[in-house]
Each structure stands twice: as structure tokens, then as C-alpha cells.
Write a protein that binds this ligand. Structure first.
Ligand code: PLP
Length: 418
């Protein structure tokens, strides 16, 4: 019954400092978000104490009647939200969901075709040091160097030449929507399984602002903590015919006991994601990214060598191209950090600078939209970023503009008393 501050003052301090950081800065890492209070409550609940290996109604431990309620709610809500026949809500994170999918559908040595990491793919889609790349033969597709877009005709030609066993459509850094129907056609033509990893854009799908991959794909994975704004975790959606195979690939295939506090928090996030408020927030998210892209493409910014990959965005992020700027990705990230905006540097396709430096930035709007930012605030954020990327920027004055925005939109107000 002792409070954290007594039991472990050092950790208590780290948490307090992190709360201060989140409140005082503008979080624009595209894969991050601020979860609602209800999600924090579930994650800090007594459900963390419960072992529940197995699935609802078929557990290997006693006393699972209440965690079964939570998991069933998570499953039913996920199915309804995305129109899926089956949901497995147990993966601890996105990477675990992806390993389960590969182990369910592929044998070691089978060929996986995914978007190259350097071109915006995720490391679980075939990077050589990752499970996906270690255990499978990899055929990576890329974006077109001129347009920055995935050219579906080239994907088709490559698939016909490579004959992959599985094709994965999905990304961590790509500013446009994918053509799932075309991916389906190609997968059918070469006899491959189609897997969509919608980790980044799942919130947009839930809000009806992005095509839903579920009707097209054999299997869909997602994280729950990005645009979906739920707890850090993963999920798998699939057709009923694959349900058994997927469930057994998650447990006992590669996980033990599910994290019931996280699963309850997923159920909450799915409930919220079906609401009108959530839809409106996703609209502000996309609008904010579009305003940023537009501002960065104004002449007063582009004359300093700044550009935006693919010429804009349809989603929650903007990929800034600094190949012609005197600032590299690292310097730009550091500058924004200095004014109080958190982003991550990101390699652009065929990046001339080394991976630890890069020539790009990935900037996302989900967390700020959760904080309540709308058109006015996103215009101000876009202008601050535009100014910060000019070589002679007055970083001190930009810093105070950031501080004003942060102060105007309190985050987790009164959390200390909750
Ligand atoms: N898939 C995609 C497309 C991602 O962007 C990410 C995370 O960045 C993951 C999977 C992995 O998720 P996690 O970090 O929860 O393992």
C-alpha cells in the first residue's frame, strides 16, 4: 500500500519528469499518441496480476472469469470496428503480431516480399537482422525514385519474377494510401498470401478516412498505440478459416500468458475508436499533416532546399526531404528538439547521407490532435517548423511560440490527483 514515491523515488521522479516533458513539448513522432485516461487506468489495474494462458473459455488457469469478459469485449469490438471475421488481441506488441503471422503462414526459407526498410517499410517486413529476414528469403520492393510512390505495376512485375509466398503491404514511413485491391490481385496472380500491416494508419481506417484492408487481405496486423491511441500492443485480424492457425501461432506458438491489463485497455481503445469524437480527431490529424506539408512546400521554405516526399500527404505524417538542404536529418531533428518539438530523423529513399544522419524527417500529427489541436494550432505548428528549418532561424522566439501552444492545451490535467 506504499505509494511509488516512497517505494522507489528514482522511478517516481523519472515518471514525473516524463510527464513534464510530454506536457511542455509538442510530440510529433508519427508512431506516438496520448492515450485517454481510461486506458491509463486499465493498464495500471489489478488485471496485471492475472495469468490467463489460453483463450476465453479455454484457459490453462483458474479464476479467469473476469479477464474473459475483458478479452471477449476486446475481440468483439475489434471485429466490429474493422469488419473482421476473427480477431486475436493477445500480441504483446506489433512485432509479436507480425512474427505470429509469419509463423502461421510461412515455413523457414519461404519468400516474403515487403517494402524495403530504406523506403518506408518496417523492420519486421524483411530486414536482415530481424526474425523476418533471418528466417525467410526476402524480395523487397521500393518506391519510385521520381514520384516517391509505390508503383503497383512494378510490384506486379517483381512479384511475377520473384514468386513470393507472402506479400506484405504496410509501412512505417509512407505518406500515401495503399491500393489493397491491386495488392490482392497481384497476390492471387502469383499464389501468395496477402498480409497487410496497418499499424500506422489503423486509426484512420477505424474512422473511415483510409481504405480498409480487411476485406482484401488474408491477414491484417496492427499496433494499437499509434493512430488508434490505445495501449502499447498488437492485434491480428483474419478470416474465420485462418482463426485456429493464427491463435495457435500466438499462443502457444510464441507467447505465454497474455497481458490482461493491456487487453482490457485495447477493448477501451476500440470502443472509443468507434465514436464520432474519434472520427473528428482523425480528421484533424490528417488535416494537420496536410497543412504542414503545404507550409513546407511554400517558396520561402523550399528555397532553402526543403521539400516533402510525394509532394504532400493523405495520412497522419509528412516526410520531409532535406537532400538539398544544408541541414541534414540529425541537425534538423536537433533544431526542432531545441525549440520543443519532438520528431525523428528518417532516411529518404536512396539517401546520400549515412543512416545515423539521414536526409529526412518524419513528422506526425496524431498526438497533437489527441491534445486537441485543430486548424489554427496546426497552422502555427507548421509555421514554427517551417521557420526552424531555415538556416538563420531565431530558435529562441520559436521556442516561446511552442511553449505558448503547449500551455494552451494542458495534457493529463490534474493527473497527480487521479
Ligand atoms: N509494424 C509497423 C508498420 C510499425 O510501424 C511498427 C512500429 O513502429 C511495428 C509493426 C512494430 O510495433 P511494435 O513497436 O509495437 O513492436
Amino acid at each position: 500500500t506504499q505509494p511509488l514515491s516512497d517505494v522507489d523515488p528514482e522511478i517516481a521522479q523519472a515518471i514525473a519528469d516524463e510527464l513534464g516533458r510530454q506536457r511542455g513539448t509538442l510530440e510529433m513522432i508519427a508512431s506516438e499518441n496520448f492515450v485517454p485516461r481510461a486506458v491509463l487506468e486499465a493498464q495500471g489495474s489489478v488485471l496485471t496480476n492475472k495469468y490467463a494462458e489460453g483463450y476465453p473459455g479455454r484457459r490453462y488457469y483458474g479464476g479467469c472469469e473476469f479477464v474473459d469478459v475483458a478479452e471477449n469485449l476486446a475481440i468483439e469490438r475489434a471485429k466490429e470496428l474493422f469488419g473482421a471475421e476473427h480477431a486475436n488481441v493477445q500480441p504483446h506488441a506489433g512485432a509479436q503480431a507480425n512474427v505470429a503471422v509469419m509463423s502461421a503462414f510461412l515455413k523457414p526459407g519461404d519468400k516474403l516480399m515487403g517494402l524495403s526498410l530504406d523506403h518506408g517499410g518496417h523492420l519486421t517486413h524483411g530486414m536482415k537482422l530481424n526474425h523476418s529476414g533471418k528466417f525467410h528469403e526476402i524480395a523487397a520492393y521500393e518506391v519510385d525514385p521520381q514520384t516517391g510512390l509505390i508503383d503497383m505495376e512494378k510490384v506486379r512485375e517483381q512479384a511475377l519474377a520473384e514468386r513470393p509466398d507472402m506479400i506484405v503491404a504496410g509501412w512505417s514511413a509512407y505518406p500515401r494510401q495503399l491500393d489493397f485491391a491491386k495488392f490482392r490481385e497481384i497476390a492471387d496472380e502469383v499464389g501468395a498470401v496477402l498480409w497487410v500491416d496497418m499499424a500506422h494508419f489503423a486509426g484512420l481506417v477505424a474512422a473511415g478516412l483510409h481504405p480498409n484492408p480487411v476485406p482484401h487481405a488474408d491477414v491484417v496486423t496492427t499496433t494499437v498505440h499509434k493512430t488508434l491511441a490505445g495501449p502499447r500492443s498488437g492485434m491480428i485480424l483474419t478470416k474465420a478459416e485462418h482463426a485456429k492457425k493464427i491463435n495457435s501461432a500466438v499462443f502457444p506458438g510464441q507467447q505465454g500468458g497474455p497481458l490482461m491489463h493491456a487487453i482490457a485497455a485495447k477493448a477501451i481503445a476500440f470502443r472509443i475508436a468507434g465514436s464520432e469524437d474519434f472520427r473528428e480527431k482523425q480528421q484533424r490529424t490528417v488535416q494537420g499533416a496536410q497543412l504542414l506539408a503545404e507550409r513546407l512546400l511554400s517558396e520561402d521554405v523550399t528555397e532553402h532546399g526543403v521539400s516533402v516526399l510525394s509532394g504532400g500527404t493523405d495520412v497522419h505524417l509528412v516526410l520531409v526531404d532535406l537532400r538539398n538542404s544544408e541541414l541534414d536529418g540529425k541537425q534538423a531533428e536537433d533544431r526542432l528538439h531545441e525549440v520543443g518539438i519532438t520528431v525523428n530523423r528518417n532516411a529518404v529513399p536512396n539517401d546520400p547521407r549515412p543512416p545515423m544522419v539521414t536526409s529526412g524527417l518524419r513528422i506526425g500529427t496524431p498526438a497533437l490532435a489527441s491534445r486537441g489541436f485543430g486548424e489554427t494550432e496546426f497552422r502555427e505548428v507548421a509555421d514554427i517548423i517551417a521557420e526552424a528549418l531555415k538556416p538563420q532561424a531565431d530558435l529562441e522566439s520559436l521556442k516561446s511560440r511552442v511553449a505558448t501552444l503547449a500551455a494552451d492545451f494542458p495534457l493529463y490535467d490534474g493527473l497527480e490527483e487521479w
